[in-house]
Design a protein around this ligand. Structure first.
Ligand code: C2E
Ligand code: FE
Length: 416
């Protein structure tokens, strides 16, 4: 018999393991829906939010004692539930250092999470593609329909942000628009948490990211997929996509903040953006976040009209753009994604090129890297994984590098 049962919300007690909350994700007060209830305040929040039933996992927490369960779990056990990841190694009983244990655990969970993130991206791509088709056929799209997907993206980002963010960056010409939506949702969720927004705003950020570019569904395909630079006339047409998207979202009854992200993600802090040329505080926080996440994913992705920038190069370039982004938001973005995001190419002090394979835990400047190329001999070398945060490590990063300049392609094989 399954250890997961559905119970009336008033039967919930501290000590039970909350597996899933009934009803709309947007209407409950938590960003995670699976966790051990240790705080009476959390139980109170659930009562007060009007949720009538919840699922508990009796193998992970206290069982229901005195009230009849409503029913067994009607959905697969693994959706959004894995707080403890399968494959995460148990602590070393011989007692290696705490730091080493933690890094080992992160390494394992990144591998596991990358597989999950791939599956979420596949499902997400299909769902966004369907939304594009629906809009082109004159149907409406509703925010409710994307909530389960955003919840899965959020669950993955909370387990290990680097996995989802790195996997969603890898696109082909054909799936750009769809995966771009998934990637921007993941980036928005990570950024919202970094900015310590409240739970509701975190969710709205994820939904806003997923739906920000739906207006592109109304753009002529010959412009959207043009394999070269746009003419002024074509770009003028492209500039109508935020309003087209906002209109569609309004028609579908989306929340005002979600519509706002769609309408204003191309505004700039200096007033030189579009469609309204809003400035500074005239642009909402969520739209300012959307601007950063949108551009980062766009410049690091394959586009029909240009090659992708390396992620660390993109961070460096975007930091130099004056007047485009809100500095506070951009700085938080760098903290959430890393100065050297996974998959970036860097030059090491030892004249080797390396790829970032894991973000730094203690310091953004000390990630785990895989060195694979000598800049002196200009030849590939036997790959070596180096933890720049290890106490005895004398290696360090000198600069981000452009893979194109070194004639390197397929860096993914080194970290994926
Ligand atoms: P997108 O490709 O999703 O790009 C979103 C935003 O990322 C762009 O907004 C721009 O701010 C930034 N971005 C993307 N690539 C580059 C780049 O190579 N350099 C710089 N500095 N910024 C970049 P923007 O410019 O308002 O464009 C909106 C949309 O219009 C783009 O969305 C894309 O669909 C289309 N677009 C813009 N320029 C071109 C182009 O030259 N050719 C084609 N085929 N489409 C273009
Ligand atoms: Fe856009």
């Amino acid at each position: 018999m399954s250890s997961i049962r559905r119970i009336p919300a008033p039967s919930l007690r501290v000590g039970m393991y909350l597996h899933k909350i009934g009803g709309s994700w947007l209407s409950h007060p938590f960003i995670r829906s699976s966790f051990l209830l240790t705080d009476a305040e959390d139980v109170r929040k659930i009562m007060e939010s009007g949720i009538d039933s919840v699922w508990i996992d009796e193998s992970k927490g206290d069982a229901l004692q005195d009230v009849e369960a409503v029913g067994e779990a009607p959905y697969p056990d693994d959706i959004g539930a894995a707080v403890e990841l399968p494959g995460t190694p148990a602590p070393d009983p011989q007692g290696s250092s705490e730091g080493a244990k933690r890094i080992h655990a992160v390494s394992s969970s990144l591998d596991v999470e990358i597989e999950r993130a791939r599956n979420i991206c596949l499902a997400g791509k299909a769902q966004v593609q369907e939304m594009f088709s629906d809009l082109r056929l004159g149907r409406t799209v509703e925010q409710e329909s994307v909530l389960p997907l955003v919840e899965e993206i959020a669950a993955s980002v909370w387990r290990n942000p680097a996995a989802m963010i790195s996997v969603a960056r890898l696109k082909t010409h054909d799936d750009y628009s769809y995966l771009h939506s998934v990637a921007v949702s993941a980036l928005m969720l990570a950024l919202a948490r970094q900015l310590k927004l409240d739970d509701r705003m975190v969710r709205v950020a994820g939904v806003g990211g997923l739906m920000h570019d739906l207006g592109k569904a109304f753009m002529p395909l010959e412009i959207l997929n043009k394999p070269g630079r746009l003419t002024d006339e074509e770009f003028a047409v492209m500039k109508t996509h935020p309003e087209a998207g906002a209109d569609a979202l309004r028609e579908g009854g989306c929340e005002p903040e979600v519509i706002d992200v769609s309408l204003h993600h191309h505004e700039r802090m200096d007033g030189r953006g579009y469609p309204y040329g809003l400035k500074d505080d005239e642009i909402s926080l969520l739209a300012r976040m959307g601007a950063v996440c949108d551009v980062y994913d766009a410049v690091t992705s394959i586009r029909p009209y240009k090659r992708p920038w390396d992620p660390a190069m993109a961070m460096r370039e975007m930091a130099r753009w004056d007047g485009h982004f809100d500095n506070r938001v951009f700085n938080a973005f760098v903290k959430s994604v890393g100065i050297y995001p996974v998959g970036s190419l860097v030059r090491l002090a030892s004249d080797r090129l390396a790829v970032i394979v894991e973000p730094g835990v203690e310091s953004l400047l000390k990630p785990k890297v895989r060195a694979f190329y000598s800049t002196r001999s200009r030849e590939k070398i036997l790959p070596q994984v180096i933890d720049l945060a290890a106490p005895d490590c004398r290696e360090s990063i000198v600069s981000p590098e452009s893979p194109e300049q070194w004639g390197l392609s397929n860096l993914e094989s080194l970290w994926l």
